[in-house]
Design a binder for this molecule. Sequence first.
Ligand code: KG4
Length: 341
Amino acid sequence: MEKDIIILGIESSCDDTSAAVIKNGWLLSNVTSSQDVHRTYGGVVPELASRAHQQNIVPTVDTALKRAGVKPEQLTAIAFTRGPGLLGSLLVGVSFAKGLSVSLGIPLIDVNHLQGHIMAHFIDEEGKDNRHPDFPFLCLLVSGGNSQIVKVNSYRDMEILGQTIDDAAGETIDKCSKFMGLGYPGGPIIDKLARKGNPNVFAFNKPNVPGLNYSFSGLKTSLLYFLRDRMKENPNFIEENKEDLAASFEKTVVDVLMKKLAMAVKQTGINQVAVAGGVSANTKLREAFIERRNKNGWDVFIPPFSYTTDNAAMIAIAGYFKCMDKDFCSLDKPAYSRVTI
Ligand code: KG4
């Protein structure tokens, strides 16, 4: 009888401490401790994030193992996010994973956080439809720090076809929410307000860079100047128009993202298209994918909400595939803060 492959996944790249257990590709548990401490500062404070990770890591891993009904001695390997992310935050997860692997005498598997987001599409979960894309497929990877169109040739071979040359989509949404005084993180707030607004009331600059790359800094500046001018005429302008502002701004971001993605579909002839990363929780973006499915025949893959934000289930599944290939990592591999796919 084949031996079970049981992977513990650990994610600590930003402000969520997460641990998950996957057995033979099936998710047994996924536990995330979020950090509320950053809310007052309007953004993640790296030093506070690493301290919170230190407090959260032991109980989070412990809970994930207990919920999975798995004892540490039963684990086959430990997969962990090695980067990219905040270095101090990563160090907590990386050091913990290394220490546990030494004490249990089991291998380590390093996972690229961005590849993890894409691999979330391969998690099998009881009671879910568990439909996975076939290789090759395209993935729009949109998070706080990245906006990329990725051609996924296999779980280990991913090619960036286009990416932002300045701000990421999530970062732009967060910054614009801040300009409007709406709060942090901007994504869910803008999304909620936009549901009550009209997306066709205001028009903002749609940046257009050549090829499949994105640029969002012009949109940010356009919104900033627009608000400044309108506020001169009416100091209550934002308050009186926040729903329409959110809806119009959100529509601009989604239109920009989808335009380049449609170009990538055309250029590659690949019509299996997935979306991943924090911004994939956005209602309008998810609707745009469905619209493309209905109108253009795209075979679309939209992750469950629980896998849009940072989570260890995606790290564990990426680790599971690497484990099958015996693609392990040595103890001397350090965390890295920057690097793309
Ligand atoms: O992938 P993620 O959780 O973190 C990393 O960057 O790794 O992405 C966070 C980003 C933030 O910019 C947040 O505002 C955005 O995802 N986000 C959303 C929504 N939920 C989260 N953006 C738009 N609509 C949402 N519903």
